[in-house]
Design a protein around this ligand. Structure first.
Ligand code: NAD
Length: 446
């Protein structure tokens, strides 16, 4: 069903919209497993039938290379949906607990997952498909109605989603609201049963304040500076390859990208050369000419990022082109902790190397700052792994391969402290978008 004749809902007053979706939820239509699976299947069809339209939009918004658009946005979302379709019934199964010792043999007790009602999903621009549709899939899988708010900073993607979603999904239960701050502010004034926000911490606070008015639970998927600790003695050529592949994907505009490297001075020297080589291996001598390399989302972020290039010493990269919103993959060495590039989340293709004298100082460095969304480490030592796991706090912890933890749907994806609140993916989305209801039955005597 992808013809242009399917009716779409025009701009609707937010309170009327939420009331309409709530009426659908109250009718019980979104509860049955069959409805949930049908919506997920339709969402999957949207993604596969419109692969090219979506990839075009991602290219228009972010210069996102096609292979990257498939891998990290479209296919990623399809895989999450497939995994959910395969396991949903098992995830939703009620669990029982033994109460016979307290209430006798005829009593029973357990928990069941109840959908919450009407969920609001507010998404950012950097992965404007994945970070919008994976939470939407979770909310639908849990049996909710959903208001879907794409980012206005990825306008082509927002338009394509707003055009396609109503053609594929149940329009009485799912609605797209496009727009920026005024539209989101109007939505946030409504009473939702859950708000799922991905973006920065300043807006996260606005969302949480608005949610508090209605005692609405929130999930906040935020960002921060995710460190990558590189231990002495590791294979720096392979570490550099893995760092380059993850840091410079989407031109560094990834919430879980390694933000900076922490390492000892000797390893730093080896990494400088290895990163230069790895970047050339990946994007050629002139990354501006590579069709595997993306662009910066807008001039504001471009200007912010070029302002960070003065920190430390440029090892490789540093070239910029404002008209093309291009910033070369850049490595900065000898960066001091008080320099601008270390004072904010970079969210761009700039990788500073900060020197510490070893693991103890690295752990202190991490713990002196906000809890990051991810912590990465390259080490051959089990002792180092265990110390990092036990002595630091971060949303996720990845050894050997940055960013890969979020492609494992059985792992919760979320932050802690400044990097966020709550988690999702796979069964964790069901937990987020449901209420786990306690149920006890003590029958009357026969
Ligand atoms: P953004 O500017 O697209 O904002 C996200 C959403 O918030 C948009 O839908 C926007 O309309 C809305 N918004 C913006 N200002 C608002 C306001 N004043 N009131 C109400 N709503 C408002 O995205 P962004 O914040 O620039 O995204 C980048 C940040 O997001 C980085 O910090 C990054 O680390 C983080 N991030 C986190 C994750 C994650 O999964 N944890 C993923 C991607 C990005």
């Amino acid at each position: 069903m992808n013809d242009d004749s399917t009716p779409t809902h025009g701009p609707e007053d937010p309170s009327a919209l939420v009331a309409r979706l709530r009426a659908t939820f109250r009718s019980g239509r979104t509860r049955p497993l069959a409805w949930r699976k049908q919506q997920l299947t339709r969402l999957r069809e949207l993604l596969t039938e419109h692969r090219e339209d979506i990839a075009d939009a991602l290219h228009a918004d972010l210069g996102k290379p096609r292979a990257e658009a498939y891998r990290s946005e479209i296919d990623f979302s399809v895989r999450e949906i497939d995994h959910t379709l395969e396991h949903l019934e098992e995830w939703l199964r009620p669990e029982s607990v033994d109460v016979s010792g307290v209430f006798g043999d005829r009593a029973s007790a357990g928990t069941q997952y109840d959908p919450l009602g009407v969920v609001l999903v507010v998404a950012p621009w950097n992965y404007p498909v994945q970070l919008l549709l994976v939470p939407v899939a979770g909310a639908l899988a849990a049996g909710n109605s959903v208001v879907v708010k794409p980012s206005e900073m990825a306008p082509a993607t927002s338009t394509v989603i707003a055009r396609l979603l109503p053609r594929y999904l149940d329009t009485d239960a799912v609605a797209v609201v496009e727009g920026g701050v005024p539209e989101t502010t109007d939505l946030l004034a409504q009473r939702f049963d859950h708000i799922f926000y991905t973006g920065n911490g300043a807006v996260g606070r606005i969302v949480m304040r608005a949610a508090a008015e209605h005692l609405t639970p929130v999930t906040l998927e935020l960002g921060g500076k995710s460190p990558a600790f590189v231990d002495a003695g590791v294979n720096t050529a392979e570490v550099a390859r893995r760092l380059a592949r993850t840091k410079f994907a989407n031109a560094g505009q990834t919430c879980v990208a390694p933000d900076y490297v922490l390492t000892d001075p000797t390893t730093a020297r080896a990494l400088e050369a290895a990163l230069t080589e790895a970047i050339e291996e990946q994007y050629g001598a002139d990354p501006a000419a590579s069709d595997a390399y993306g662009r910066i989302v807008n001039e504001r972020h471009f200007d912010r990022l070029t302002g960070l290039l003065g920190s430390g010493r440029v090892v490789t990269g540093g070239q910029t082109d404002r008209a093309a919103k291009y910033i070369a993959p850049t490595v900065l060495a000898g960066v001091r902790p008080d320099e601008p590039v270390m004072r904010e989340e970079i969210f761009g293709p700039v990788l500073p190397i900060v020197e510490v004298d070893g693991l103890d100082e690295a752990i202190d460095f991490i713990n002196d700052r906000d809890k990051p969304l991810a912590l990465y480490a390259f080490t051959d030592s089990d002792g180092t792994r265990e110390r990092l796991a036990a002595e630091t706090s971060s949303g996720g912890l990845g050894f050997g391969l940055p960013m890969a933890h979020l492609s494992v749907p059985e792992l919760p994806f979320g932050g802690v402290g400044e990097s966020g609140l709550g988690a999702y993916h796979g069964p964790h989305s069901i937990a987020t978008f449901s209420h786990r209801k306690a149920r006890l039955d003590v029958p009357l005597p026969a």
